[in-house]
Ligand binder design. Structure first.
Ligand code: B12
Length: 215
């Protein structure tokens, strides 16, 4: 069944993606497992084949549409299951300036929500001053920035510089992630946390919040 989900994404088949998602839920598969071990496997095959020029942008767009359709079915169930958890922290998340990739950011946002975080998702191609403005407005604990484009990575560094310039760096836990972002690079720009995938993002967020002394 997980293979069916992966194949539906890989083939960019919306109706199969919807059907496989419903079947997985009916069969009692945890929606987070369906996402991580089904949909994400399909998308990483898309990524590999795209890099090797075995497929082109239209196929990638179809795959991301199929992934969104499937997430639309699996996500509400994942959230329903996580909704009994207590609030763990307030998060502002966005894909940073210049970048429209949002599948990974959406997954991180969804997993954080499913784990009890209050998530304010600002979308994609979001300027850093808008992220900071929102964080100040809602008194956030976290600012999370995602990018898949190496050309947008410098804006993450600018985000931290902007917080310092405003004298509010210590108010926020800054986490970064996305394809070209590495643990080492995150550390080098002074980010507080990094996650290779959504699961790690949640684990690190919980650890950082605990270290800060917030329940
Ligand atoms: C799908 C896709 C697209 C879709 C995006 C649809 C959408 N709504 O997101 C479309 C077709 C629109 C697209 C467009 C483009 N793309 Co594109 N795309 C991809 C592809 C195939 C998959 C990306 C993806 O969704 N992965 C699946 C998700 C689940 O993984 P993820 O994003 O990495 O997220 C996980 C982790 O990174 C982490 N994470 C993510 N964010 C965060 C944030 C935090 C805080 C934390 C802790 C963790 C975390 O957790 C996530 C969940 O596990 C990649 C190839 C690849 N190998 O990644 C290329 C890729 C990212 N694209 C690329 C490019 C160049 C482009 C274009 C510029 C192409 C063009 N010439 O127009 C445009 C972008 C234009 C723009 N201004 O943004 C390059 C980027 C190269 C680079 N490093 O700069 C890649 C790597 C392809 C390649 N090999 O060349 N793309």
């Amino acid at each position: 069944m997980l293979d069916e989900l992966a194949n539906a994404v890989y083939n960019g088949d919306d109706s199969k993606a919807a059907e496989a998602s419903r079947k997985a839920l009916e069969a009692g598969i945890d929606p987070l497992v369906a996402i991580n071990e089904g949909l994400m496997k399909g998308m990483s095959r898309v990524g590999e084949d795209f890099s090797q020029l075995k497929i082109y942008l239209p196929e990638v767009m179809m795959a991301s549409e199929a992934m969104k359709v499937a997430l639309g079915i699996l996500e509400p169930e994942a959230l329903r299951r996580g909704s009994s958890l207590t609030r763990r922290g307030r998060v502002v998340i966005a894909t940073i300036t210049g970048d429209i990739h949002d599948i990974g950011k959406n997954i991180v946002a969804m997993l954080l929500r499913a784990n009890g975080f209050e998530v304010h998702d600002l979308g994609r191609d979001v300027p850093i001053d808008e992220m900071v403005r929102k964080a100040e407005e809602i008194n956030a604990d976290f600012i999370c920035a995602s990018t898949l484009l190496s050309t947008s990575m410098p804006y993450m560094e600018d985000l931290i510089a902007l917080l310092k310039e405003k004298g509010i760096r210590e108010k926020y836990i800054v986490m970064v992630g996305g394809g070209p972002v590495t643990r080492e690079w995150a550390k080098s720009i002074g980010a507080d946390g990094y996650g290779d995938d959504g699961d790690e993002a949640v684990r690190v967020a919980k650890e950082l919040l605990q270290r800060r002394g917030t329940p």
